[in-house]
Structures are given as structure tokens and as C-alpha cells.
Write a protein of this length. Structure first.
Lengths: 666, 172
């Protein structure tokens, strides 16, 4: 059975290579049959990779421990859905999963766009076939998940306890969907350059794929944060860990692209720059994998290390160098007659947005690689941790929040600065009033004042923009709900974008609150004793233990109260997995409240005296972080949802109105 | 679009104001310590601040304040004792560096080669800014502004709808 999986991988590799070569040859010689065979080969590669993943899933379900990979990442006591998690819970499996997604995405793109972009797609197949071939090569010849053990073990090693969290079942796949998804817009861009079809067509396909991949990347990042918060037990959700940074970097580049691509669509500007951003985004997805897998940087994700680093470094170099050469050769095609007309214009606002995103991206990159560089140059390894990133990156994010408020209000080409100031005056006054109120109520830390004030301003401007749209619809006689629905339906991208902005701002409020006002307390208690933190009292009510099939849980019962009112009992615990007794897990117990979380960790337990050491965090506004991410994802869905029939209706109306207004073609 | 009335005084913003006030009340009310701003003076929060700047020397990826290990709890106690003995925070950090090497610091010290870690992002941002400003300095108006050209005679509602449609078209 496993041999079938391996065979499928090798064949998929062969098919990908053939697809790339045949499509390239077919496109250069304008040979229809060759192009068609390349297309079929890539579809076959996707089918074969699907088969290989299926075989691996079956091996996990059947507890086939003759496979080293299955033995290493599962056991007989592993619950069903962590069995599935095992598919991507280790090196070899995650590479197979990655190859599968790349080939599957390209197959979907080919099938859905073959008729629309016939001239461009052969080159698209060349690029995605090449990328797929690289990953399948690694699976087939470097990290094979179908490798057999020489002896047949009775039971498996079990999944790494760190990965046994519901968020872990979804966090890696969501990230992989996002990272592999970025291959598609990159391939469209390259294909457009090579086939000299750099008109509007390719960018439409690129934009939607980027948006979808971006949404998955956002989901992946937020689930990772949730996992860290629930499992790692340090009271936070984002630690500027190299692996987190590796996923954040392509996200930042893609966010910059999603904004600046609008300038190209509307005004035909920034064409070289946008192509560069696509190359950068894709390059960063590969570079990130290299950084984290090569073991060059230390990280909580050390389970992901291996020796495949050099392959990724070589591949990244080839991809980036190759793409830049193609871009350079095609520079004349990307020349534009348009120009930015005023500093007070939407184009200029997007330019500012891109400068800030690139600045943040560079700072994250530099902080991530600096330990390596420092070791090479000074022979001294330094740590670059949260204090660095918070000081360097967060001010840039603050600038982005301001632009987020102002940018959408600035008109294309030339805006009237007076009207802009007038529109912003209201929200500015209200947000200053909010800051003043917060000050009176005791929120006086300067970071909180600046952070809450800026977020409130941006939130007010955005909500006011939405309200303005709704009022305009109401004037046409729509009911309140109808007005909102039609508003979004009429211009999903714009209003979906506003919803994304609102999500980001809620997130920003959560980040500021939880960082500035986090409280920590530690105490060693005997049964019946209590400790206080802020307004909360925590009484140690005794120890307990639970015997689970795969682990032993020992917990402390902590009665939590606030100002004398009982809020329930928390059970912070330590898990000892039978198969991984060297790796005890400290699982926090969290009381989620709308405005703050009480986060309790069980430290040392003295077996003689039964005294326990507790570490307690009060984390304000953490739930706003999760809420913000949910809103962000909803907004992205609104913006990305395809709707062809509506598009035709809207086009007809546009034509009619343009005629009526006597406007020149835009 | 054409009516230049200030946005922001809508019912939505009033609702938001209320929400923000509730938030402020909760943040301030639940936390007398935070309400009286000058809390950084107490030994405990000073110890926390120092622990935040240091790394757990044992495990990777945790700072000394967050680390759940017992040995780190002891190190936090050491920091508290030294503070209580009147020692200077910088001296305490220097003692940790002497014991565990410079990687015990959570961010590179802004000295010598390590200064590059701090300066290069600022330089990069400055270069980006200069580049953008040079680009914008060449900005020249071409023809009448879009809003005017799109609807010189049309009513505001049509102009607004046109703007909506154009932006929706870009979506596809």
C-alpha cells in the first residue's frame, strides 16, 4: 500500500517536470498538441499527489507503524483527529501536503481560466509545474513519508504533545494553504511577463488568488496565536518567534500588493512595482520555509528542523534571480504613460502604504536574520526578541493605522484637501474626546493613549464611511437592513475592505491593551490559601488527577472570584504523555471575560507539603484580538466572493452612466 | 459624495463612543494600580520589567517573565532580592550577561556592531520615504480631476453611483 503512495509521488514528480518542459516547448513553438499535453500532465500530477496524500491518510488510520513517519507522529492511543493532524505534523508529511496543495491549486486555476487566458496559461503551467516539481522532488528523494522501518514496532511514538491542540489541526493547513496559494498569483505574473500579455487580464486572476491565499494566511497566523496562548503557557499570543515572522513576512508583502494593485487596475501605474511585490511575496514563502527548517534560527518550532535547508536556499536563489531577469527583460512592456497627479491623491496614499509595509517587512526580516549575521561577524550570538520588534515595528504599524483612516477618503488623481480635512475633523474631535475620557478614567500609559486614540480615530472614520454609504442607500428608499446588504453587494471590494480594516483596528486595540496592561503575579499556596491579582482573588481548593488513555493530567482546583463574587473554578494542569514523559506540558486554565482574561498556570507542586506555585496573568482585551481576526476574515470573504452574473449587470449600468455623464473612458 | 458634511457624528460613532467609554471604565475600574499611574516605582513591577528584557537561559523562545520553568522563577526572585538590596537595574542585567552571555538579553544592546540591528530598519524606511517623495515630487495634474470629469453636469447621486461602479469593476 505504502509503495503505491511512493509510486504516486514519483510519477507526480515526473508529470510535473514533463508539464513544465512540454508547456515551455509548446508555447515557444506554438504547438497546440504539446501545450495540451503539458496541461494534462499537470492535471495528472495533481491527481497523483492527491492519491499519495490519500494513501498516507489511510496509513495513519490503519496505524501502519511499519512506516517510519506514521510511527514517529502517531500512536494507537492518538485520538482520531490528531491522527489526521499527523499527516502534516512532521517534516516529510508536511512537504507532501505542500506539494499536493501547489499542484491542486494550479490544476484549479488551469481548469477555471483556460478559456479566458489561453495564451498565458502555458507559461503558467511552466511556473507551477516547476514549483510543484521542486517540492515533489524533496518528497520523493529527500524526505519520503513512505519510508519503511526495518523492524515493525508494536506502537507509535505519538504526536508531539505540543501539537495536540484543536488549533493545531487547522493552523498548519491554513498556513500552508496561504503560503502555497501565493504560488498562483506569482505564476500568473510570470506567465504574463513571458508571454507579453501584461494587460489587465492577468492581474484580475492574480488579485483574487492573492486575496484568498491572504485570507488563509491570516487564519493560519491567528490560529497559531491562539495555539500559543492556549498551549505554550507564557500568557501571550505572539512572540516574534522566527517561525511566526517567517509567516508574517509574506503576509506583509501580500498586503502591500493587495493595496498597490488597485493603483494599477484603476490608473495603470506601479506596474513594475506590483510585479516585484508578487516575486517578493512568493520568494518569502520559500525563504521562510528555509529559515525555519534549516535550524539556523532558534524557535519554539524546533520540531520543524531538518537538513533540507540547502535545497530551499538554492531554490529561493534560482526563483528570485530568474524572476528578476524575466522582469528586467520585459521592463519596456511595463512602461506606463500615466502619472501620479498630486500628493493629495489615493495613488500617493497607496504609495505611502507600500513604503510603510516594506519598512515593517524589512524590520521583521532584519530582526529575524540578525542573530545569524551577528554570529558570523562578531562570533557572538544575540537574541532579537519582542522588545526589539515592539520598538521597531509597532511604530510603523501605528503609521499604517493612520493611513488606514485617511487613505480611503482621498480621491483618485486629485483630492480636495479642504474637504478631506473637513471630513476628518469630526472623527478627530470624537477620538480626542475618547482619549480625554480614558485619561480621566486612568488610562494614562503613553502607549495606550496613542494606541487607543489612533485606533479610535481610524475606527470612527471607517464606521462613518460605512454609515455614509448606508445613508445614501436609505435616501433611495431602501430599508435599514436592505441598505446595508445592497451597499455591500454593490461594491464588495470596497466595503469588504472596510470590514477588514475594522477587524485590524479591533485587533490593534486588543494588542495595545494586552501588552500595556498585562498584570502578573506569582504565589506559593497551601490548600485553602488565596492570592490576589488586580480585583481578582484566587483560592487554591485542592489537587486532583485524571487518567486519560494517552496521558496523565494532574491539576489544581482554583476558585476565582472578583470583588467577592464567585466566577467559577479553573483547573490549570500539567499533562504527562505516556509516550513522551520527557516532555511534560503545562496547560494554562483561562477564564475568558469580555474585557480581560484570567490566565492561570500551575508551576511547581511540592509532593511532600502539597503546596503549589501559581503564576497568574490578567490579560486585558485579548478576546478583541480573536474578534478582530474573525472580522478580518469575514471582510476578506466579502471582498473575494466571485459573482459573474452580477458583474455583467454592473458593467451594463456603468457603460450607460458613463455615456450619460459624457465622461471619457477611464 | 458632493455634500461636504462632516462624517463621524452618526449614530454609529455615538455607539462606538459608548463602547469605548465602557471599555475605559472597565480598564480603569478593575485596576486601581493602573489608575494611579506611577506604579513603575514598586519593586515588583521593576523586577517584571527587568525580567521582560531578559531571556530564559534554558529554554528557547521564552522571556524570563513568561517562562514557566522553576529555575526561572528562582531567577526572578534573585532579581527582586537584588532590587531590594538597592542594586541598579542595569547592573542586574550586566550580571546576567556576565553569567550567561549576551544572548540572555532579549534585544541586542545598542552598542558597536549591534547598533546595526536598530539603525538599519530606520535607514531602510528613510530610503523608502525619500524614494516615494522623489516620485511624488514629479506629480503634475493631467486634465480635470476625476470626480469633476466624470460628472460635470450629472447629479450627485449619479456621480456617487459611478464611483461605486468603477470601484466594483476594479474588483473583477
Amino acid at each position: 500500500m505504502a509503495e503505491l503512495g511512493y509510486l504516486a509521488v514519483v510519477l507526480a514528480f515526473g508529470a510535473s517536470v514533463y508539464a513544465a518542459v512540454a508547456s515551455a516547448a509548446g508555447a515557444t513553438r506554438a504547438s497546440g498538441p504539446l501545450v495540451a499535453s503539458g496541461r494534462r500532465a499537470l492535471l495528472a500530477a495533481a491527481a497523483l499527489a492527491t492519491l499519495a496524500v490519500g494513501v498516507l491518510v489511510v496509513a495513519f488510520l490503519a496505524h501502519d507503524f511499519s512506516l517510519e513517519y506514521v510511527w514517529q507522529t502517531s500512536s494507537r492511543t492518538t485520538p482520531l483527529y490528531y491522527l489526521l493532524t499527523g499527516v502534516w505534523g512532521g517534516q516529510a508529511g508536511s512537504l507532501l501536503f505542500w506539494s499536493w496543495l501547489v499542484t491542486l491549486f494550479s490544476a484549479v486555476a488551469i481548469v477555471s481560466r483556460w478559456r479566458a487566458d489561453a495564451a498565458l496559461l502555458p507559461w503558467f503551467v511552466v511556473v507551477t509545474g516547476g514549483v510543484g516539481a521542486f517540492f515533489l522532488f524533496l518528497v520523493a528523494f529527500v524526505a519520503n513519508p513512505f519510508e519503511r522501518l526495518t523492524v515493525l514496532p508494536a506502537d507509535g511514538n505519538g504526536l508531539n504533545p505540543l501539537l495536540q491542540h484543536p488549533g493545531m489541526a487547522l493552523h498548519p493547513p491554513a498556513l500552508y494553504l496561504g503560503l502555497t496559494g501565493m504560488t498562483i498569483p506569482f505564476a500568473f505574473g510570470m506567465a504574463a511577463l513571458i508571454s507579453r500579455r501584461t494587460d489587465a487580464g492577468w492581474i484580475v486572476a492574480s488579485r483574487r488568488w492573492t486575496l484568498v491565499a491572504w485570507a488563509f494566511l491570516s487564519i493560519g497566523l491567528s490560529l497559531g496565536g491562539r495555539w500559543a496562548y492556549d498551549v505554550l503557557g507564557w500568557g501571550g499570543y505572539w512572540g516574534w518567534d522566527p517561525v511566526e515572522n517567517a509567516a508574517l513576512m509574506p503576509w506583509l508583502a501580500a498586503t502591500a500588493f493587495l493595496h498597490s494593485v488597485m493603483v494599477q487596475e484603476r490608473r495603470g501605474l506601479f506596474r513594475v512595482w506590483n510585479m516585484g511585490l508578487l516575486i517578493l511575496t512568493f520568494g518569502l514563502t520559500i525563504l521562510g520555509t528555509f529559515l525555519t527548517r534549516a535550524g539556523l534560527v532558534s524557535s519554539v518550532h524546533t520540531f520543524a528542523q531538518s537538513d533540507i535547508g540547502p535545497y530551499f536556499l538554492a531554490f529561493t536563489t534560482v526563483v528570485i534571480a530568474g524572476s528578476l531577469v524575466v522582469l528586467w527583460l520585459r521592463l519596456p512592456d511595463l512602461a506606463t504613460e500615466g502619472r501620479v497627479e498630486s500628493v493629495a491623491s489615493r495613488e500617493a496614499a497607496f504609495l505611502g502604504n507600500n513604503v510603510l509595509f516594506m519598512g515593517a517587512l524589512f524590520a521583521v526580516f532584519w530582526g529575524t536574520v540578525f542573530p545569524i549575521i551577528s554570529e558570523i561577524v562578531t562570533d557572538q550570538r544575540v537574541t532579537v526578541g519582542p522588545p526589539y520588534f515592539n520598538r521597531v515595528v509597532l511604530p510603523i504599524f501605528l503609521g499604517l493605522v493612520v493611513l488606514m483612516a485617511v487613505g480611503p477618503l482621498v480621491a483618485w488623481r486629485r483630492a480636495d484637501p479642504r474637504r478631506l480635512v473637513w471630513t476628518l475633523a469630526g472623527p478627530l474631535v470624537v477620538s480626542l474626546a475618547i482619549v480625554a475620557t480614558l485619561w480621566v478614567l486612568g488610562v494614562r500609559h503613553w502607549i495606550a493613549v496613542v494606541g487607543f486614540g489612533t485606533a479610535a480615530f481610524a475606527l470612527l472614520v471607517t464606521v462613518a464611511e460605512l454609515a455614509r454609504g448606508v445613508r445614501a442607500r436609505r435616501r433611495r428608499g431602501d430599508g435599514p437592513l436592505e441598505a446595508i446588504v445592497t451597499l455591500f453587494a454593490r461594491d464588495r471590494r470596497r466595503y469588504g475592505g472596510y470590514v477588514v480594516h475594522i477587524g485590524v483596528l479591533l485587533l490593534a486595540v486588543g494588542v495595545v491593551g494586552s501588552n500595556v496592561y498585562q498584570q502578573v503575579a506569582e504565589a506559593t499556596l497551601s490548600e485553602g490559601e488565596a492570592m490576589t491579582i488586580g480585583a481578582y482573588g484566587l483560592r487554591f481548593a485542592g489537587l486532583g488527577a485524571r487518567d486519560q488513555p494517552d496521558k496523565l493530567e494532574s491539576f489544581a482546583r482554583i476558585d476565582v472570584s472578583r470583588e467577592g463574587e464567585s466566577l467559577g473554578t479553573l483547573e490549570p494542569r500539567r499533562d504527562l504523555f505516556r509516550l513522551r514523559e520527557d516532555q511534560p506540558m503545562t496547560i494554562p486554565a483561562i477564564l475568558h471575560r469580555p474585557l480581560e482574561d484570567v490566565y492561570v498556570l500551575l508551576g511547581a507542586v511540592d509532593p511532600a507539603t502539597e503546596r503549589v506555585t501559581l503564576k497568574v496573568f490578567v490579560n486585558p482585551l485579548v478576546s478583541w484580538v480573536w474578534l478582530g481576526m474573525i472580522v478580518l476574515v469575514c471582510g476578506t470573504l466579502v471582498a473575494a466572493w466571485p459573482d459573474a452574473a452580477e458583474a455583467r449587470v454592473l458593467d451594463a449600468e456603468l457603460k450607460r452612466l458613463m455615456g450619460a455623464a459624457g465622461a471619457p473612458a477611464v | 459624495m458632493s455634500a461636504a458634511r462632516p462624517a463621524g457624528r452618526s449614530p454609529a460613532s455615538a455607539a462606538f463612543l459608548g463602547l469605548a467609554l465602557a471599555l475605559a471604565a472597565a480598564l480603569a475600574g478593575g485596576r486601581p494600580a493602573a489608575a494611579q499611574a506611577p506604579s513603575p516605582g514598586t519593586p515588583d513591577t521593576r523586577a517584571e520589567a527587568i525580567a521582560r528584557e531578559l531571556n530564559c537561559p534554558v529554554c528557547q523562545g521564552y522571556d524570563l517573565l513568561e517562562c514557566p520553568l522553576e529555575v526561572c522563577a528562582q531567577m526572578r526572585d534573585v532579581i527582586r532580592q537584588r532590587l531590594a538590596a538597592g542594586e541598579d537595574p542595569e547592573a542586574i542585567k550586566a550580571a546576567f550577561v556576565a553569567d550567561y552571555g549576551p544572548q540572555v538579553l532579549n534585544a541586542p544592546p545598542p552598542r558597536g556592531f549591534f547598533l546595526l540591528a536598530w539603525l538599519l530598519p530606520i535607514v531602510a524606511l528613510a530610503i523608502g520615504g525619500v524614494f516615494a517623495l522623489t516620485f511624488l515630487a514629479r506629480a503634475r495634474p493631467v486634465g480635470p480631476a476625476l470626480a469633476e470629469s466624470a460628472a460635470p453636469s450629472a447629479d450627485p447621486a449619479t456621480a456617487e453611483r459611478l464611483e461605486e461602479l468603477l470601484s466594483a469593476r476594479d474588483d473583477r
